[in-house]
Design a protein around this ligand. Structure first.
Ligand SMILES: NC(=O)CC[C@H](N)C(=O)O
Length: 298
């Protein structure tokens, strides 16, 4: 089937319009709660580099947990400190971490991302800086941290502080807890548009090859996609696989990154979240996109 990506995006935007504004923005980070819920943007970056977009696709938003994909890609092997099984509990669950005795069940839970941030910090000396540099290279645009969002999360992120201390209590952080938290929070507070995020994640659709060369060996890119498929949408991963059928990662800023291997990366943004922290209109848009294009891994 020949797909006109631009007109498909316009059709998707029209179909999900009634859902935009449903759900709630992430209230536990006050700066995110202020973002208007009526925003909707979607972009597709094809493996040949062409980018298409609709709505607010060029508006920067807070990437939040989308950063965890890039942190994991840059951190190297973390298998000794973090698992790769889905979690039935929420992304910030302390009970899950305690049950798993300080070895987070997967790298996309907050606990897992704290561990990958710790590893990236050891590897580079500046985890948040390494993320920004990587994203700037892949998008050929300047990339920065939204200091207001970072300060906001720093003042209310008690659960992440508790998670980090619990991991450290199990002897499984190499850097000081406060440094790991600081780099994690700044990585989450990076602001990027759908178009730039789709571009930056293209290595996942291209067997590990990024804008300027290999980011990961192909086997590792395959594993990262598999981890996204199983764990990227948290306790909504099963429902998302059923409705959409793509490796994906959500963030509480309302973004979702989804990979169609060997074809494209899709990024959608709309701030209203469901009970798992996934964008309501974003999930619906990806479902409509896969139905209209027939593009899925299944
Ligand atoms: N799911 C998310 O996007 C969570 C990221 C957020 N910064 C947090 O730590 O709670």
């Amino acid at each position: 089937m020949l797909v006109d990506v631009q007109s498909t995006l316009e059709e998707v935007a029209a179909r999900v319009r009634p859902l935009v504004g449903q759900g709630r923005p992430a209230g536990y980070i006050p700066a995110l709660a202020e973002v208007p819920v009526d925003r909707f943007g979607m972009a597709v970056a094809e493996v040949d580099g062409r980018v298409h977009g609709v709505g607010d696709c060029a508006t920067p938003f807070s990437v939040q947990s989308l950063s965890k994909v890039f942190t994991l890609a840059l951190a190297g092997d973390v298998a000794d400190r973090v698992g790769r099984e889905p979690s039935p509990l929420a992304f910030d669950s302390l009970a899950q971490l305690e049950q798993d005795r300080g070895v987070p069940r997967n790298p996309f839970l907050n606990a897992g991302a704290l561990v990958t941030t710790d590893r990236l910090l050891t590897r580079t000396g500046d985890a948040a800086g390494a993320l920004c540099r990587f994203l700037a290279e892949e998008t050929a645009a300047p990339v920065g941290v939204d200091a207001r969002v970072a300060a906001s999360e720093r003042s209310t992120g008690h659960r992440n502080v508790a998670l980090a201390h619990l991991i450290a209590g199990y002897g499984k952080l190499d850097n000081p807890v406060d440094d790991v938290l600081d780099h994690y929070i700044r990585g989450c507070a990076i602001a990027l548009s759908c178009a730039d995020l789709a571009r930056a994640a293209l290595f996942l659709a291209r067997g590990g090859v990024g804008a300027t060369g290999p980011v990961l060996p192909a086997a590792d890119a395959k594993r990262l996609n598999a981890t996204m498929l199983v764990c990227g949408m948290y306790d909504g991963a099963g429902e998302f696989a059923y409705r959409v059928g793509l490796p994906a990662k959500s963030g509480v800023g309302g973004g979702i990154l989804a990979v169609v291997p060997n074809r494209c990366v899709v990024c959608v943004w709309s701030p209203g979240l469901d009970r798992c922290g996934n964008s309501v209109a974003g999930v619906a848009a990806l479902e409509a996109f896969t139905v209209l294009t027939g593009w899925s891994v299944f």
